[in-house]
Design a protein around this ligand. Structure first.
Ligand SMILES: C[S@@+](CC[C@H](N)C(=O)[O-])C[C@H]1O[C@@H](n2cnc3c(N)ncnc32)[C@H](O)[C@@H]1O
Length: 371
């Protein structure tokens, strides 16, 4: 029996059989490659940034064949950072992150499935050599994402937590969020992609094992997730990108009915006492310095804020905190924030809608995805 149904558990079990056991079986034994999936979730994210696409193409083929993610939650500009990947699977995102953080950074992947961990570990040495590092800067640990402490993750020990299509599989999502919040250092961020739904799914759908394994039955109504994130302390969850997932199986499609599924990449910043649950105006201005490699001309914070390099933008107190007010956020070296909070001007009504001309042809065009 998994820990979630053990003595530490508090009403966290969903479907009849322990969902941890079924998920482990699904990813360890039932699926042998992403071709066995019944949805287009792992093709949904669109084309990754060219730098990421190049690094993905350098990840060993066996790892890519067992990629079951629904996005590319890999922020640029994380040199020297400590990264934790929840549900790292065969390791694609850890391998890319290991290149992004460089030799002075570190990446830890946590997964509960031995088969997935085995694949991730088997290419570690050769890849470390290919990167030109003298020692591996990543490790893969067996554990449950609901119990990061048991897996050796100390409080405030991580700068960026990433995750790709995993949180939906957890039978205790509030606990996962609390663990992420505990693990993050102040100014750190949970930057992750997962499957969400446009409504609360009926019990019959939530109990279907295949739909659970396929990352659909456990998908939260996105408004419920955002409320949960606020309750955990991530006061102002931000959406970076959204793409539709389709169920490519008539039987399963019939089961889910009118429910629509999306792969969403969220950004949740941990900035205690600064991020409020509403956007307030303190007359602050932020300027992006153009210093993140790969984002020299502009930086997209989320689906609303796109900072052109050098151009001052009016920001809410929340955004000022996310991009560097007081130097707490991991993004702070890359932004200048002008103004503090001595005067409150009411509800924030400014900000520029991000006009996204990011082309998003099929990920297969890069040769780096599972499609
Ligand atoms: C859909 S796959 C995604 C894997 C990987 N992130 C990727 O993008 O290829 C889900 C992975 O999460 C792991 N997993 C699911 N629930 C977990 C939990 N509660 N604790 C630890 N690992 C979990 C599974 O073993 C599986 O490897």
């Amino acid at each position: 029996m998994s820990k979630c149904c053990g003595p530490k558990a508090k009403g966290c079990c969903g479907p009849k059989k322990d969902p941890h056991e079924f998920v482990e079986e699904y990813y360890g034994k039932i699926l042998s490659s992403s071709k066995d999936l019944k949805t287009n979730a792992c093709c949904a994210a669109g084309r990754p940034h060219p730098r990421l696409a190049k690094l993905m193409s350098e990840v060993p083929a066996e790892i890519l064949a067992k990629f079951y993610g629904c996005g590319a939650p890999l922020p640029l500009g994380i040199e020297g950072k400590r990264v934790l990947d929840l549900g790292s699977g065969s390791g694609r995102d850890c391998y890319v992150a290991a290149a992004l953080v460089g030799e002075s950074g570190h990446v830890t992947g946590i997964d509960m499935t031995d088969e997935q961990l085995g694949v991730a570990r088997s290419h570690l040495e050769a890849y470390t050599g290919a990167l030109g590092y003298s020692a591996p800067n990543m490790k893969f640990v067996k554990g449950h994402i609901e119990f990061l402490e048991d897996a050796g993750v100390e409080g405030e020990s991580v700068d960026v937590v990433i995750s790709n299509c995993v949180v939906n599989l957890s039978p205790d999502k509030p606990r996962v969020l609390r663990e992420v919040y505990r693990a993050l250092a102040p100014g750190g961020e949970f930057y992750f992609s997962d499957v969400y739904c446009d409504r609360r799914l009926p019990e019959g759908v939530r109990k279907d094992k295949i739909l659970w394994g396929e990352c659909l039955a456990g998908a939260l109504y996105y408004k419920d997730f955002e409320r949960m994130a606020r309750e955990t302390g991530f006061g102002d969850p931000r959406v970076l990108s959204t793409s539709r997932i389709t169920v490519q199986n008539a039987e399963l499609e019939n089961l889910v009915g009118e429910a629509k599924f999306y792969s969403i990449t969220y950004r949740l910043f941990k900035i205690p006492n600064k991020i409020e649950t509403t956007e307030e105006d303190y007359g602050q201005i932020a300027v992006y310095k153009g210093t993140i490699e790969g984002h020299e001309h502009a930086y997209k914070l989320d689906d609303r804020y796109r900072f052109e390099t050098g151009k001052p933008m009016a920001v809410s107190g929340n955004v000022a905190a996310m991009v560097g007010e007081d130097g707490i956020s991991w993004l702070s070296p890359h932004f200048q924030v002008i103004g503090e909070r001595s005067v409150h001007y009411g509800v924030f009504g400014g900000g520029r809608i991000a006009t996204s001309f990011d082309p998003a042809p099929s990920a297969s065009a890069t040769g780096a995805s599972c499609c």
